[in-house]
Design a protein around this ligand. Sequence first.
Ligand SMILES: [Zn+2]
Length: 289
Amino acid sequence: MAYLICENCNHYWQINSEEEFWAFHMCDECGSPLLYVKNLNEYRKITKHVPESSRKTHTHRKADNYWRLWRGGNLILIAGALMTPAGILLTVTGTTWGITPVLLGIILMALSVPLIRASERRGMGWRKGHEGELIVTNCLRRLPEGYHILNDIKLPGAYGNMDHVVVGPTGVYVIETKSYSGNYIVKGDRWFLNDELRKEEVRSPSIQAKRNAAALKEFLETRDIYVSWVNAVVAFLSASCTIMEEDEHCRILKPCHVPEHIMESRLMLGESKVKRIVDALRKHASEVW
Ligand SMILES: [Zn+2]
């Protein structure tokens, strides 16, 4: 029997299938991401309970900044909404400058609305991205001892961040997390949105993952660490993604299936090499498990 566990409130729920996890992946009580395990015995075997080191990820910081902007916008709105009637009251009671707070209040309210809307719209995207990262981390934590999870890696000189890198006896994996809504069709490394109202090609997460994998391999070479290849994976969060044509260089998987995929690969790295790779990457990662 599968379970969803909230480690924050120490609650757990029994579920019938993994599909239920996708309908219910955040805790109702506290909003923490839930940990999905196939049985409670598997939970007992989990060794990664606290990160070795942890800072806010880029996505988390962005989500927080927009949340602050949204709160600021609401405070401005409240200030404007209080000032206007106060000014009217002053004007009615004969105060000559009473019109000033009325005008100021109206201006503040007019300015706050676009600020609230924009921060809500953009912040939502970052928040969803942050939730996605937490869910994928929770799934990766099922990897046994000997595997290292490094989150939000920014390599020197690189343009973007890598969401997750896993290093262990079966190799090095770059995982790109995508939480899209809507229906997607994948043909090789091309991605298409296929909704009733919108049908279009979108930016390919597979190409991004492969580019990051190549960049990571190159970075390790500059540190005199040579691996035959770095695997690219896209962890796809939304329920609907139809893969018409498999891309042999980049697997697209539900987050819960990523650990199995990593573990079923052939062994290729010795313990000392794993350690060297993790040491080279550690300081460029926001979080290490
Ligand atoms: Zn909870």
